[in-house]
Each structure stands twice: as structure tokens, then as C-alpha cells.
Write a protein that binds this ligand. Structure first.
Ligand code: G4P
Length: 525
């Protein structure tokens, strides 16, 4: 197979949803239909269990296990599929945001009864920012759900994206009869808990009386009417618009019942893009370029204190990655060779000799990497698109053991490199402030500092509403702002100016009074 063919056959994507919509079930069923696993339960058992939400140790342990399912690669019908797992737990939303920077497309799972929920909305914002192509899968049709037209309106409105159904359900709950696949022009009849794969019944013309042989006359006439309505309301499906991230094809099914999953997989493979160009601070990198480039989007720490090694996940953006070859760590300006890069095929992790654009390789790391680091064959460039998001919770972090201040500083530094949380240093009193997305991270940091770095910390409350990165072309105004808000100014890890607003009112006032100042809620602008 040529290098170009290797790239073309790759589909690297993530599945996102609000917790409980069915992401884990769908992932598992895709693996099952893709032939990557043979029994259900493998992914499910790695899921962060709901009962453990208050027990962070248990969650960290499970996160440790879930390293195996961080990337699930498999070959299917000539394609190489890479599913990137995203943590469902909302305290790890930042992990999910970062994983979304490494995917070429996304499948969004929506619960047919609940519709679009908060977490989905937030994750979609990240997709929109990056123009990521999305496919929507409306799940749990075996249960009574909202009217499909209503669901489509909701998706369009809430996720701010145009939609085009490529399948259409017949009823829901106990009235659920099946799905007509507009994309394949085939009818799929629903039988609960179907474990075997049945082919769809090809019905090219839905006015064909053959339809009545399979569904009740009433269901048939409703289907015809609704399909006509769809053709009237929604424009033809435009593949280009999907690839640009402005139009989402919609499918319906029930992941638990294995229904609609294979059709989704087939449509996905045909529609979804192969690896896309990546933006750097210097130029756009095309996947077909010969020279290898890649970036670290995730670092997984080993919870076992006897094996402090971490695993850096590298997304390959261009070229042919090879084992034991010298590559340049751009941030450190250092040549590095990797003797045991790993790839993830279904549940197994194994050492690989080569990898191609779209693939994810795990590189054992003893502390050289941080999130966002770029690897090249020597070219100096840095991949963009891995912003930090404005955290929502803040606390002062203090040293609780004066004998261990070095260990504490090192520990905090490394945990921040991993992206566990963000560190700000107040310019007013020099104190360190930790900002996180979820409350759980504070406990995680405290625990890990103690167990991995033998350092103790304690937290003190700080009343903050938001941290935002500020910038202005008007130097005088920027300086004036910093002077006046001296008490609320901080620097992030990279020395950038951050404004810590203690209320939304304060932020609003600042925005109104300093018109030439830009307030950014992500660190990349
Ligand atoms: P998540 O990863 O998005 O959080 O969701 P997950 O797949 O774990 O699914 C959440 C719950 O919804 C699970 O039930 C799962 O079995 C159920 N589910 C998923 N797809 C469907 C579907 O198509 N129809 C129906 N009726 N249910 C579905 P649970 O009781 O919370 O867990 P479990 O005990 O079944 O594992």
C-alpha cells in the first residue's frame, strides 16, 4: 500500500455525548461490528462508574485502566479506524476538549428522550471552533422519545449547526418499527436485542407497495409523508458542507439493541474525512508531506508510584513515523529517539515500528513532554489549536511541609504539564492559584503530590469568577489596565497576562471601560 493510500484509509474520530446518552454503548458496538472485539462488556467495564463519582481514587484507578481504551484502533473493510475515547465525567471535560484537537471528525450521541443536554452543547462549541465535521446519532429509539422533527430542530438550535437526516425512524418506544436509511435507500426493521447482523431491505422507491409487506399500512403512509416533508424542509445532503463542519447528517438507532450501529459505521466510513491538514504557527501542514510531524495532546500518568513513567499520546499529522529514528522535540530543541512507541489495537497495546498520519502513538515519557509539544524531523514549528480553557474553580495552593518546597514546585509543574489543572501566579501577592474545571481535580492534585512527589499541599479559598487572557494593541491602555487592576492580575505558566475577575459584574465593567482591550476565554487567540 502506498503512503497516500495509508492516509486515505484512516478515520480518526471521537464520540461525544452528555453522560448517559450512550457513548460507551455505541463505542462498544462499533468495535463489535468492526470485528475488533468479540464480546460486549470490554469497554463498558472500563467506564468510570457512576457510583464512584465522589471517590476520586477509584476514578483515578479506573482512569488508569482506561488507558487501554484511550485509543481504539481497528481495521475494517479496508479502513483503519481510530476511535479516541473521551472521558464522560464532566470534571475531566478539559481532557475531552484536548482529545477533540486530535480527531478529524466526531460522532455526537443524543438521547432521543432527553434531547440535547449541557455537556453536548459545550463539546459542540469546541467542534465548532475547529470546524470539525460532526455526525449526529440519535440513540435509545427503543424507548419513548421526543418527536424526530422536534429533535432535529433542537439539535439545529442548540448545537447551532444545520442538520440533514440521512435516516428516518418509524415510531419510538413500543411503537418503534424500524429505520428507513435514506442514505442507503434501505429499510431496517427493529427486533429488540438483535445480536445477528441482518441486511437492510432495499427499497429504492418508498412508494413501492413492497413497503407494506414489512410494516403496517399506517406506518408506511406516515413514513412516506414524513420523508416527503423532509425533502421539502431540508436541502439535499451536501458532503462539502459536512466536511466544513456546517452541516450534520443525522442517523437514528438504539445502540443497546445493536440497531442502526452498523449502518452508522458504514455511512461514517464513506462520509467522514481522512486526516486533515493541521495548522501551526508557521504554516499549514498537509498529511501527505513526507517529513514526520506530530504533537502531544494527552499525557497519561501512571498511578503506580513504582512506575512513575507517563505515556505521552502523539497525534501524527504528516509523514511516516518510525521507531528508533531521531526526531526533534521543538520545545526543548532536542533530538529524541523512541525505542518503544506503542499503538492501540482494540484492547491491546503493542510496540510498533511505524505509524501514519491520523494514527496515535503512545510514547513512554519520564517528564520531557507537556501537552501541546511538537515533534518534527528538524523543522521549527508548533501546532496550534490546543488552547487552555478558562477554568471555573479556583483555590490558592500552599506548601504544607516547608522541608519539601522543591518537591512541591516540581510536582505542581509536572502535573500542570500533564494538563491536570492550570496554574496562575498572582502579580499582587505572588501566591500560586490553581484553576480547574471540576472540583475533583483539587483532590487528585493533593493526592498525587503526596504519593508521587512526597509533597504536601493545602488549599485556601479564593473568590474568583473567571480567568481570562488579556491582550491589546494599545500598549498604554494595557499598562493602565494592569496598574488599575493590579490586585486581580496574574501570569499563567507561559508568562501571559491573565485577569482574574471576581464576579461577572466586574468582568462586564472592565470590558465596558477598556474598549481596546481583548478578553479571551481560551489561551489561544
Ligand atoms: P455514556 O457512556 O454516554 O454515559 O452512556 P452508556 O453507554 O453507559 O449508557 C447509559 C445507559 O443507557 C446504560 O444503562 C445503557 O445500557 C443505556 N443505553 C445505551 N443505549 C441504549 C439504547 O439504545 N436503549 C436503551 N433503552 N438504553 C440504552 P445503565 O442502566 O445506566 O447501565 P447498564 O447497567 O445497562 O450498563
Amino acid at each position: 500500500m502506498t503512503f497516500k493510500e495509508e492516509i486515505k484509509r484512516r478515520r480518526t474520530f471521537g464520540i461525544i455525548s452528555h453522560p448517559d446518552a450512550g457513548k460507551t454503548t455505541l463505542t462498544e458496538k462499533l468495535l463489535l461490528f468492526g470485528g475488533a472485539i468479540h464480546v460486549a462488556g470490554a469497554v463498558k467495564s472500563n467506564k468510570i462508574k457512576k457510583t464512584a463519582t465522589s471517590d476520586f481514587m477509584e476514578i483515578e484507578k479506573q482512569r488508569g485502566i482506561s488507558v487501554a481504551t484511550s485509543v481504539m484502533g481497528f481495521d475494517y473493510n479496508g479502513y483503519k479506524v481510530n476511535i479516541l475515547d473521551t472521558p464522560g465525567h464532566q470534571d475531566f471535560a478539559e481532557d475531552t476538549y484536548r482529545t477533540l484537537t486530535a480527531v478529524d471528525s466526531v460522532i455526537i450521541v443524543v438521547d432521543a428522550a432527553k434531547g440535547v443536554e449541557t455537556q453536548t452543547r459545550k463539546l459542540m462549541e469546541v467542534c465548532r471552533m475547529r470546524h470539525t465535521p460532526v455526525i449526529v446519532f440519535i440513540n435509545k429509539l427503543d424507548r419513548p422519545g421526543k418527536d424526530p422533527f422536534e429533535l432535529l430542530d433542537e439539535v439545529e438550535e442548540e448545537l447551532k449547526i444545520k442538520v440533514r437526516p440521512l435516516a428516518w425512524p418509524m415510531g419510538s418506544g413500543d411503537q418503534f418499527q424500524g429505520v428507513y436509511n435514506i442514505f442507503e435507500e434501505s429499510l431496517y426493521l427493529f427486533t429488540p436485542n438483535k445480536q445477528t447482523l441482518e441486511d437492510g431491505i432495499e427499497i429504492k422507491d418508498i412508494h413501492d407497495p413492497q413497503l407494506e409487506e414489512f410494516v403496517t399500512p399506517r406506518a408506511a403512509s406516515t413514513l412516506r409523508e414524513e420523508l416527503e416533508l423532509i425533502d421539502g424542509v431540508y436541502p439535499e445532503f451536501e458532503h462539502e458542507a459536512y466536511l466544513k463542519g456546517t452541516l450534520a447528517p443525522v442517523f437514528f438507532g438504539s445502540a443497546l439493541n445493536n440497531f442502526g450501529v452498523r449502518e452508522l459505521l458504514h455511512a461514517f466510513l464513506k462520509l467522514a474525512p481522512s486526516p486533515r491538514p493541521s495548522i501551526t504557527d508557521k504554516r499549514v501542514v498537509e498529511p501527505e508531506e513526507e517529513a514526520f510531524t506530530g504533537f502531544v495532546f494527552k499525557i497519561h500518568a501512571n498511578m503506580d508510584p513504582n512506575h512513575r513513567n507517563r505515556l505521552a499520546f502523539v497525534k501524527i499529522c504528516s509523514g511516516h513515523f518510525q521507531r528508533n529514528t531521531n526526531y526533534m522535540h521543538v520545545g526543548l530543541k532536542k533530538q529524541m529517539k523512541f525505542s518503544s512507541p506503542t499503538a492501540f489495537m482494540a484492547e491491546k497495546k503493542s510496540i510498533i515500528d511505524e505509524a501514519f498520519p491520523g494514527d496515535i502513538v503512545g510514547i513512554p515519557d519520564s517528564g520531557n513532554f507537556k501537552i501541546g509539544d511538537t515533534l518534527t524531523e528538524g523543522e521549527i514549528l508548533n501546532f496550534k489549536g490546543l488552547p487552555s480553557f478558562s477554568p471555573e474553580l479556583f483555590r490558592y495552593i500552599e506548601n504544607a511541609d516547608p522541608m519539601k518546597s522543591k518537591q512541591l514546585a516540581k510536582g505542581i509543574d509536572q502535573l500542570m504539564d500533564e494538563g491536570v489543572a492550570q496554574l496562575f501566579v498572582s502579580q499582587f501577592n505572588g501566591r500560586k492559584i490553581i484553576g480547574t474545571v471540576g472540583a475533583l481535580q483539587f483532590e487528585v492534585i493533593q493526592y498525587r503530590l503526596l504519593h508521587e512527589y512526597s509533597a504536601s499541599c493545602r488549599y485556601e479559598p479564593i473568590n474568583l469568577y473567571k480567568a481570562c487572557w488579556i491582550k491589546s494593541n494599545d500598549k498604554a491602555e494595557l499598562e493602565d489596565f494592569k496598574k488599575r487592576k493590579n490586585q486581580y492580575m496574574a501570569k499563567d505558566k507561559y508568562g501571559r497576562d491573565v485577569f482574574l475577575a471576581d464576579s461577572s459584574y466586574m468582568l462586564q465593567m472592565a470590558q465596558e471601560s477598556f474598549k481596546k482591550l481583548e478578553f479571551h476565554f481560551t489561551s489561544e487567540f
